[in-house]
Design a protein around this ligand. Structure first.
Ligand code: NDP
Length: 499
């Protein structure tokens, strides 16, 4: 039974006393905004996930000021004290993966197993960077001048703005927040407005820790208003962004006005090359998982399947059968392999791409259609285009849809050339039993991540992640590589004087 005592500090009761509005964390206080928005379950539009406050410009400015003060205090915390904070966040997330993963799947639409897996992985980012707190080791050298020593070490960059997308609402934010805190920074987080519930849940965990007031801020609101103001602010020292290319370019342009450091991970058009010597069943399962996992809404999705003529027909037959057999449905329903897409807008864009592909001459072998389900949501069937060429727009633009295209090639050399013929360059993969081809591909694919007999999606947390071309800009994320972005180098010269 509800009682006033059960009101959490981060919630506010609306007039009817039933729906609570989740608040922003501003300068260490949970505050309502000027307006609020509702968030609905894309698997069932009758399910209201919640109401969410939208931060005002004044709140953003206030929290940036407090973040500056808190950052100095946090940077001066002992290493083990910082480590304990990060460990506590990570351990709680892993322990609550079922509950928080359910919330994530409910608001984003990915099947529950993926939602739970994402939250657990997000927790691992925090425990990984907890350990990194104690592994911040600099360099030292003798000066070229006599009796002078040089000490090179990294310091926090300051106040970091984190702008994250909806497709991995918890993991992407966590792989930015965890290193930012590890290396002594304050964080102002603007999550995607379409997945605010996961953002509030993570913020609640972080806010309860032993951190200075205002070290961590949550500023929910639209990208065009509060996001734009955040990236234009001279009070921000660094911006880490994941999202679309046009928005990324706009953020970079805004950041350069203040010479703010930027790191951006954007779209891609990842190719999986399937060679004639591939294990057929493995190739099909990698293609299905890579193309339709997360409903195809992944920057690492296998959206181009570059298939050797020698295996093409057998591969296509099994691929299409596999896509047709996939169970599409409510993200929280047992056995569902693919949930709805995230929004009405995304669904419409996807259907537009299906029409575009057909108008370009691609053959739609299956799927690509809106689906009616017992609950009203943004469902569509996984679609496979055949007989496509790499110059078609469906093979050049990121669709972020449960759609994939098969491009038939006559040789390994042609496959590599098609894989590399893109403006993007995040991930690529090859399926082959040939060590020679695998090695050549690994060394010549122009992507930041390359996989052999593995999906193009699915990466570890302790090694660098990022791409080339339009896919990424700035230092790599994750692993030790994250230090490059979240720190700045200081070179100290020390003359101890005569003994
Ligand atoms: P966006 O790039 O618009 O959004 C990503 C994040 O940036 C969100 O938090 C968004 O806020 C914010 N944002 C938007 N405009 C601004 C701005 N002017 N200044 C600061 N922040 C801003 O992606 P969408 O969600 O609209 O998705 C569109 C397409 O982008 C997808 O179809 C896909 O192709 C690509 N995408 C790629 C991702 C990836 O992992 N590489 C992730 C997400 C999208 P808000 O939510 O309020 O708009």
């Amino acid at each position: 039974m509800w009682s006033p005592k059960s009101i959490l500090p981060q919630t506010k009761f609306c007039c009817l006393g039933r729906i609570v509005t989740k608040l922003n964390l501003i300068a260490g206080e949970w505050l309502a905004g000027e307006i609020e928005i509702e968030n609905r379950n894309p698997s069932d539009l009758s399910d209201l996930v919640g109401m969410f406050a939208q931060a005002s410009s004044d709140q953003l400015d206030a929290t940036l000021d407090q973040a500056r003060i808190a950052q100095a205090e946090w940077a001066a915390y002992g290493l083990e004290r910082k480590q304990a904070v990060l460990n506590a966040i990570g351990n709680e997330m892993m322990a609550r993966a079922e509950e928080l993963g359910t919330l994530l799947s409910r608001e984003e639409g990915k099947p529950l197993a993926e939602g739970k897996g994402e939250v657990y992985r997000a927790g691992q980012f925090f425990t990984y960077y907890a350990a990194e707190c104690l592994r911040q080791i600099g360099e030292n050298a003798d000066s070229v001048r006599p009796d002078i020593e040089v000490d090179v070490r990294r310091e926090a960059v300051g106040v970091v703005a984190i702008i994250s997308p909806w497709n991995f609402p918890t993991a992407t934010a966590s792989w930015k927040i965890a290193p930012a805190l590890c290396y002594g920074n304050a964080v102002v987080w603007k999550p995607a407005n379409i997945t605010p519930a996961s953002a509030v849940a993570l913020t609640e965990i972080i806010e309860r820790q032993d951190i200075p007031k205002g070290l961590f801020s949550l500023v929910m609101g639209s990208g065009r208003s509060i996001g734009q103001r955040l990236v234009e602010s001279p009070k921000v020292n660094a911006i880490s962004f994941t999202g679309s290319v046009p928005v990324g370019k706009g953020i970079a342009a805004a950041a350069i006005q203040n010479l703010t450091k930027v790191q951006m991970e954007m779209g891609s058009k990842n190719a999986l090359a399937v060679m004639d010597d591939a294990d057929l069943d493995l190739a099909v399962s990698l293609a299905l998982g890579g193309a339709f996992g997360g409903t195809g809404q992944k920057c690492t999705a296998s959206s181009r399947l570059v298939v050797h003529a020698g295996i093409h027909d057998a591969f296509v037959e099994k691929l299409v059968a596999g896509a047709q057999a996939m169970k599409v449905g409510h993200a929280l329903e047992a056995g569902v392999q693919m949930g709805p897409v995230v929004s009405a807008q995304q669904l419409q864009e996807n259907l537009d791409y299906v029409a575009l592909g057909q108008s370009e001459g691609a053959e739609l072998a299956c799927g690509g259609a809106r689906l009616e389900m017992p609950t009203e949501g943004f469902y569509m069937s996984p679609g496979v285009f055949l007989n496509t060429t790499n110059d078609m727009r469906v093979n050049r633009e990121e669709m972020f849809a449960p759609l994939t295209s098969v491009i038939k090639v006559g040789s390994y050399d042609e496959a590599l050339s098609v894989v590399n013929d893109t403006n993007f360059g995040l991930t690529s993969g090859i399926v082959t039993k040939s060590l020679a081809r695998a090695t050549h591909f690994r060394r010549n694919a122009r992507t930041g991540v390359v996989t052999v007999n593995l999906p193009t999606a699915g990466t570890d947390y302790h090694v660098p992640f990022g791409g080339r071309g339009d896919s990424s800009y700035g230092p790599r994320e994750q692993g030790k590589a994250a230090a490059e972005f979240y720190t700045t180098v200081k070179t100290a010269y020390i003359s101890a004087g005569p003994v």
